[in-house]
Design a binder for this molecule. Sequence first.
Ligand code: COA
Length: 264
Amino acid sequence: MSTAAAFQHLLIEDRDAVRIVTINRPDKLNALNREVLTELRDVFRAIAEDPSVRVAVLRGAGEKAFVAGADIAELAALSPTQARDFSQHGQRMMRGIELLGKPVIAMIRGYALGGGMELAMSCHLRIAADNAKVGQPEINLGVLPGFGGTQRLLRLAGRGATLELCLTGAPINAQRAFELGLLNRIVPAEQLEDATLALAAQLAAAAPQALRGILDAVQIGGECGIDAGLEFETQAFAVCTSTNDMREGTKAFLERRKPVFRGD
Ligand code: COA
């Protein structure tokens, strides 16, 4: 990716149609300061606009953490108006990931706490090492989640789990997070990268318009009544029939071969 040099805190690597975005502040456990939020916003905007990228993987540098939260050194000095702007900045960036229209996989090694958990929840799939620890510890700092945590946790895991995690601030292990529906898969730590890239490659081989329809229908359907959601699903389904990929997918099935989806 040509803009890689423009990022101070992100590493970017393309593997075929998969863009791997690494938050690179391992000495601060990849904590999210303003600059990181801005760079993440920009990198995902670029992904949205680049048809050669079909899937993104988001990860943290180092062995210890995906992301250990918003940067507490910055947080400590915020005025109320700065805090509002910081919260909205993070929320908008994460909403951008959620509505990207391409699958984003969070690859979680070690800690995904506070803003790190919120970031992971704005991704579409979460695959974690068995050493992962997740939670919303903001209460211990005298604040609450400000990057969508109360809302996305509620939608993913329900009211009881959300209140428990946010009110106590206690982290939970990967197995418990999996049971609550916060993680899609847990794998041994040494297999995390291979398993994540295999999943990403599988999604990158799928028909992009159909992926987009699924992402949008689930997102929109989760936020409106069932009739509006069903109508959206119908429209997204119909749009797919206008693609060459749909013709290729059905033809390949009938010819008993693997489809090759070109994204048109
Ligand atoms: N913001 C800023 N810096 C952070 C950070 C954060 N959210 N999380 C970790 N760091 C920094 C530490 O200050 C330390 O920096 P230093 O070496 O310059 O002192 C470095 O990252 C390593 O962290 P450390 O606490 O020494 O590692 P640990 O293994 O002892 O503990 C955690 C790991 C994750 C349990 C601990 O770092 C922690 O509780 N972090 C904050 C989690 C949190 O409350 N997140 C929500 C923020 S709203």
